[in-house]
Design a protein. Structure first.
Length: 169
């Protein structure tokens, strides 16, 4: 497959998960999109065929670095983050509100985790990476990825039960 087709396939497969992951780091959608754009620009300068076997971890590692670079720039020149999320019109307003409420509660609990565990959870569940791919992207061993994810999920489960104790039997 040609490098152009490989990049196009990577863009189709990974753009949304990368934007979601970068947004978790930067805090806003425009900065996340900028980080993903920079990631794919860097990919276009690489030997894509050589990267193909480990493309996902490479993309997430580079995207993470681009998002962190953006955060460092913003810290020096603070501004107002932009957010252009639009509501999903395919569901009823009540369903959307309930889902949004639970999602925001879960995000709030996720924010209580250590930063490294938050990133691991996002890579696993938002981006759908394997433990091996996460390990490469985060420069961690596969067993450590598993241990840290297990710890993060257990902590989230405990926090969720604590905050919803009055609802659960």
């Amino acid at each position: 497959m040609s490098p152009e087709l490989l990049i196009d396939a990577a863009l189709t497969r990974y753009e949304r998960p990368l934007v979601s992951y970068a947004r978790g780091i930067t805090g806003d959608i425009e900065s996340a999109r900028d980080a993903v754009q920079e990631t794919f620009l860097r990919l276009s300068r690489q030997d894509v065929a050589a990267l193909e076997p480990r493309l996902a971890p490479w993309l997430f590692l580079v995207c993470r670095n681009c998002a962190l670079d953006h955060c460092r720039k913003i810290a020096r020149f603070p501004g107002t983050p932009l957010d252009d999320d639009l509501p999903d019109s395919s569901r009823s307003p009540a369903e959307s509100a309930a889902d949004d409420d639970e999602a925001s509660q879960l995000r709030a609990l996720l924010d209580r985790l250590p930063e490294r565990q938050r990133e691991l959870v996002r890579l696993k569940f938002d981006a759908g990476l394997s433990y091996r791919e996460i390990g490469e992207a985060m420069e961690m061993s596969v067993p450590n990825v598993g241990f840290q994810l297990h710890t993060a999920i257990q902590t989230l489960r405990r926090l969720w039960k604590t905050t919803h104790a009055e609802i659960l039997p």
